[in-house]
Ligand binder design. Structure first.
Ligand code: SF4
Length: 351
């Protein structure tokens, strides 16, 4: 069997930073309990691994005892949650992805200028809840083109749309077209809100799916960007399965299959991809092809709130980084494992 491994896949800069924040706190918090508001990133394994290290995840900030440490997840929070944390005198460490913070800033800016904001996204997603909370009176959420006729618009000249960072590019384009048909003067966001990581993982799946018989996406079912990768592959009329790990494989998925594309959502750890490769090579034999579609080198430093906390503990935050298994290391790992492989450079861009 041929296994095509999409690059880029897996951890993005925002997820890497958010996980690093919790790891740093575990190494410096000296016995204090660490709470995280919502899942730090949407991946079951990441959350379970932190739970095993006594990190506590809460959906309601009032569950966090006064004066404790709380981390805001990569998806961001509304000002209401920040205020609640302040009132409880919590040490709030903000692991919001800077690209989500950028959308919050856009929402605040346009609301202050008197614009109505149409936020394209999924109403119940944490990121959308957080962004909407910045200007609840100015923001309406648009989930599909069907929502457009029901929007309540006061002045079509003062209208802007923003998007959730992890949408399908194609779905977002359909909604934007419907908005522009209905409101021709609607403003575009100052810069693209769908993030580089979402865009690159989707474009790799679009480029590689046509040559495959089955697509496996490593990721959790509550991960928006992982769901979108699965849907994109399915749009090519190919079977595509979203799995948390190799234990979820089902034998009959592989009937008549010669080529499998493997990718991973932005919150899925690379060791799960490696386990999947081992499982498939053990069962079916064959070789791995590493297909590089887009090179990424985006990195985010530790958040200011964590650096401040470190300094208060007498720790110099400069240069502190806890290393994690990254997709970039796959080739040497395949060599060590004696897995036949080759690299195919199809690079169309760098971020
Ligand atoms: S998917 Fe994009 S917006 Fe979300 S954490 Fe990663 S880089 Fe940030």
């Amino acid at each position: 069997m041929k296994l095509i491994l999409a690059n880029p896949r897996g951890f993005c800069a925002g997820v890497y930073m958010a996980i690093d924040v919790v790891n740093q706190l575990l190494s410096i918090a000296r016995g204090q309990s660490i709470y995280v508001h919502h899942e730090i990133v949407h991946n079951r394994h990441v959350v379970d691994r932190f739970r095993q290290q006594n990190v506590q995840f809460v959906d309601d900030i009032t569950e966090v005892p006064h004066d404790s440490i709380v981390v805001f997840s990569a998806h961001g929070v509304s000002p209401f949650i920040r205020q609640q944390a302040l009132e409880r005198n919590l040490v709030a460490i903000d692991a919001t992805c800077p690209l989500v913070t950028k959308v919050h800033a856009e929402a605040i800016r346009y609301a202050r200028k008197g614009y109505q904001i149409l936020l394209i996204g999924h109403t119940s997603h944490q990121e959308v809840i957080g962004t909407r909370g910045e200007a609840p009176d100015a923001i309406q959420v648009v989930e599909s083109p069907d929502d457009v006729p029901n929007l309540i618009i006061k002045d079509p000249e003062k209208l802007v749309y923003l998007t959730q960072t992890t949408l399908s590019r194609d779905d977002a384009s359909r909604i934007i077209s419907a908005l522009k048909d209905a409101f021709p003067r609607i403003k575009d966001p100052p810069s693209d809100d769908i993030c580089y990581a979402t865009t690159n993982r989707q474009s790799a799946v679009s480029a590689l799916t046509p040559q495959c018989d089955l697509v496996l996406v490593v990721g959790s079912s509550n991960s928006s960007n992982s769901q979108r990768l699965t849907e994109i592959a399915q749009a090519f009329d190919k079977p595509a399965k979203l799995i948390d790990d190799a234990s979820e494989l089902v034998d009959n998925w592989f009937d008549g299959v010669e080529t499998v594309l493997i990718t991973a959502g932005a919150s899925a750890p690379e060791d799960l991809v490696k386990d999947l490769i081992v499982e498939l090579i053990t069962r079916f034999g064959g070789e791995v092809e590493l297909h590089d579609i887009h090179h990424e080198s985006v990195e985010f430093g530790l958040p200011g709130t964590l650096k401040e906390f470190m300094r208060e503990q007498g720790i110099d935050p400069t240069g502190r980084r806890i290393s994690m298994d990254t997709a970039a290391a796959i080739e040497s790992w395949l060599t060590q494992q004696n897995v036949p492989h080759k690299v195919i450079d199809l690079t169309v861009g760098k971020t």
